[in-house]
Design a protein around this ligand. Structure first.
Ligand code: AMP
Length: 563
């Protein structure tokens, strides 16, 4: 692990992609068979492969406590080190280095780290997990500890993108980078792709039922003109369903659902799984789970009540029943466990024809996305306006000739959406950001005017967002906020409530997290509003009205027969 850590440092030290790739390729070639997949997985910033559902369950507090104890440092030493770097691995490094303590025994090998992380993942109880972690930390020097912690916390920050890593794997073993990427997409396990590349077996990577694939993603498009410029014409248009992205795998009387982060969520949606078991074909469909009752979608907030419930009670299922709305077919076979045919490389037009042939639109528990076409901007704009009228966030626009690229945000699919609404708020608190935004006051807490009769203060907080401002604006605002700080609580500064910002969001929810009694889903700061005095920002009554409108729900279109 020490050599891995030195390699990571060298990768971090250069900004040139070609150098990063060369350093990694040379390193990967030197590894033993057991080390290669581990080294690659850790380089991808994860303790376990992406498709592997294990988590260590070790949080910030446990890591901090273990490092402080190990360094014999006083309470809060790690917090202060973290304030300096906003990087947990670096903070652990600094605390251990300052303590001057020497690691006990031999430095851990990659396989030792893997053994410890695996044991932490399978062990129950925070105390026992922390004990195993401490044993590992004891064996590390500060540099190795830094990278063990970065791997654990999933925040590598060495300026290494997955694409660089794939290029390095290809270069290390003299393989085609596209073949490495494709294997990674199919397996969701770059470590395994590296092994296949080493053994010249990349073509053995294949789609396997009950092993989730990464989802194809959509790139944002600003307007109809951009959509047509990128996709050509005609395009296919579907509602952008606001549910949970899910993949349905089915074979021979067994069915499972996987979330976008490749976790098995079958237990959370037993009614959908039970309906899928009744089907007669085998295969893999891509789609969206929606809460659906009486022929219409329930608001996302109600679907949320179903999330994270490993075994939802029957009453909750009856109140918020879910359906699977399919929009793509990625593999299909006749059933009875006969082999399935992978469809990923076929054009969407063909995949959709196979999907339609399944007749899911008329199958209880299922729906099929409603498909429209648009050959010009005017028609596309009309579809968009109609979708917005139905309370929809926007549209998904797809190129009917595009293949399915797992895990890629390409230009085969575009999303056309505009924020449902924006609020003008005043900034009341700021915090330094993380990573690139380290040292800059980039996290803003903002408030609206509290016009409730019993309000005790003039402002009510409603959210917190990373600022979407430019670097120059951020730097200027940082100086302003530093000069107008009223009070400090650790990293958080209460500031003079003068700066007005426009905040966009997707949904308003009732929440006790903020003083207003509301919270925003996906808030983002769109721009500064120096033209607006704080006395003219939005009022709580406006927020309540917007909340009511959104509660009225969204009406989605599915292919005829659903429900
Ligand atoms: P966003 O979350 O804004 O990046 O939008 C992408 C998400 O939209 C996908 O991950 C899907 O969960 C979701 N989505 C909703 N409707 C569709 C659709 N018809 N086709 C593909 N993705 C969809």
């Amino acid at each position: 692990m020490r050599r891995w850590s030195e390699t990571a440092e060298r990768v971090a030290a250069t900004s040139r992609t070609s150098e990063k790739v060369a350093i990694l390729a040379a390193y990967l070639r030197t590894l033993t068979p057991a080390e290669l997949p581990l080294a690659v997985t850790y380089l991808s910033g994860r303790p376990f492969p992406e498709r592997d559902p294990r988590t260590t369950g070790l949080g910030w507090a446990a890591i901090a406590a273990a490092a402080e104890a190990d360094a014999d440092a006083e309470d809060g030493a790690l917090g202060r080190a973290y304030d300096r770097s906003s990087d947990l691995g670096q903070a652990v490094h600094d605390v251990l280095a300052a303590s001057g303590r020497r690691p006990s025994g031999e430095l851990p090998a990659l396989t030792d780290v893997d053994a410890a992380l695996s044991e932490i993942a399978t062990t129950r109880g925070a105390a026992e997990k922390t004990r195993i972690f401490r044993t590992l930390l004891w064996r590390c020097d500060p540099l190795t500890a830094k990278y063990v912690v970065k791997t654990l916390s999933g925040e590598m920050r060495i300026g290494l993108r997955e694409g660089h890593l794939e290029t390095a794997i290809a270069a290390a073993f003299g393989r085609d980078v596209e073949a490495v990427k494709w294997a990674g997409m199919l397996t969701g396990d770059l470590g395994q792709s590296a092994e296949l590349a080493r053994d010249d077996r990349l073509d053995a990577a294949e789609l396997t039922l009950f092993r989730p694939l990464k989802s194809m993603l959509a790139s944002p498009a600003a307007d109809a003109a951009e959509v047509l410029m990128r996709l050509g014409s005609p395009v296919w248009v579907e509602d952008k369903y606001d549910g949970i992205r899910a993949q349905l795998h089915r074979r021979d009387g067994e069915a499972r659902l996987y979330s976008r982060d490749l976790h098995d969520v079958s237990g959370q949606f037993p009614e959908v799984v039970a309906a899928a078991v009744q089907l007669s074909w085998d295969g893999l469909l891509d789609g969206e789970l929606l809460a659906w009752k009486g022929g219409t979608a329930l608001p996302f907030q109600q679907l949320q009540a179903r999330l994270g419930r490993k075994k939802p009670p029957a009453a909750l299922i009856a109140e918020v029943p879910c359906i699977f709305v399919a929009f793509d077919a990625l593999a299909l076979g006749p059933g009875d466990g006969a082999p399935v045919e992978p469809l990923l490389r076929l054009p969407l037009r063909e995949r959709r024809a196979r999907l339609d042939a399944l007749g899911l639109a008329r199958t209880p528990g299922f729906g099929v996305s409603n498909l429209l076409t648009a050959a010009d901007g005017a028609v596309l704009e009309r579809h968009f306006a109609a979708a917005r009228q139905r309370g929809n966030e926007g549209l998904m626009v797809k190129d009917p000739e595009s293949g399915y690229s797992p895990g890629r945000r390409g230009y085969g699919w575009l999303k056309l959406k505009r924020p449902l609404a924006t609020l003008d708020c005043v900034v009341v608190g700021v915090e330094v950001g993380h990573g690139k935004r380290h040292g800059v006051l980039s996290d803003y807490t903002f408030a609206v005017l509290d016009d409730r009769a019993d309000a005790t203060k003039p402002l009510a907080t409603i959210g917190k967002a990373y600022s979407g401002l430019t670097d120059a604006e951020l730097a200027e605002m940082t100086r302003w906020f530093e000069a107008h700080t009223l009070e400090r609580f650790g990293r958080y500064r209460v500031v003079e409530p003068t700066v007005v910002v426009e905040v966009a969001f997707d949904v308003i929810m009732r929440s006790s997290r903020h003083g207003s009694g509301f919270a925003l889903r996906f808030p983002r700061i769109v721009r500064l509003r120096p033209d607006k005095p704080p006395s003219e920002i939005d009022r709580l009554a406006t927020v309540e009205r917007m909340h009511e409108q959104l509660q009225a729900g969204v009406s989605y279109r599915l292919e005829a027969g659903a429900g």
